[in-house]
Ligand binder design. Structure first.
Ligand SMILES: [Zn+2]
Length: 124
């Protein structure tokens, strides 16, 4: 299947879905609530621990708000709510793990004394 098919013809690059994922667990194509957005998931996506944090990340920030990860990490309000990106990191999983704490802290942040993973009420 190709990107043009899952975006109602709006995303015209003729890539196949697996090529667009390029080894990633998930990706969102043709971002924005007014568009025909597709959230692509790797075949084993739901086998990981708490895949819903990544799914909500893709749907809310990319599918609905049309924000790229750099904009999410650069949002000053989110920073005050505990979102943290390691220096020089291009990893985006911290957005998902932060959401998994109800946006209170980012697990793994050395500046935070305790930030257990997957504590959000919506994960229980
Ligand atoms: Zn993202």
């Amino acid at each position: 299947m190709k990107l043009i098919e899952v975006t109602g013809g709006e995303f015209t690059l003729n890539n196949i879905l697996t090529g667009y994922l390029s080894g990633a667990n998930a990706a969102t194509v043709n971002m924005g609530f007014s568009r025909q957005t597709a959230v692509l998931l790797a075949p084993n996506f739901f086998s990981q621990s708490h895949p819903e944090t990544t799914l909500v990340h893709e749907i809310v920030f990319h599918g609905y708000a049309a924000q790229i990860d750099d904009n999410v990490f650069g949002n000053a309000y989110f920073t005050t709510k505990g979102l943290w990106r390691p220096a020089n990191s291009t990893a985006t999983t911290n957005i998902s793990t932060w959401m998994g704490t109800d946006c209170t802290c980012t697990p793994g942040n050395p500046a935070v004394q305790s930030c257990p993973t997957n504590t959000a009420n919506w994960l229980k």
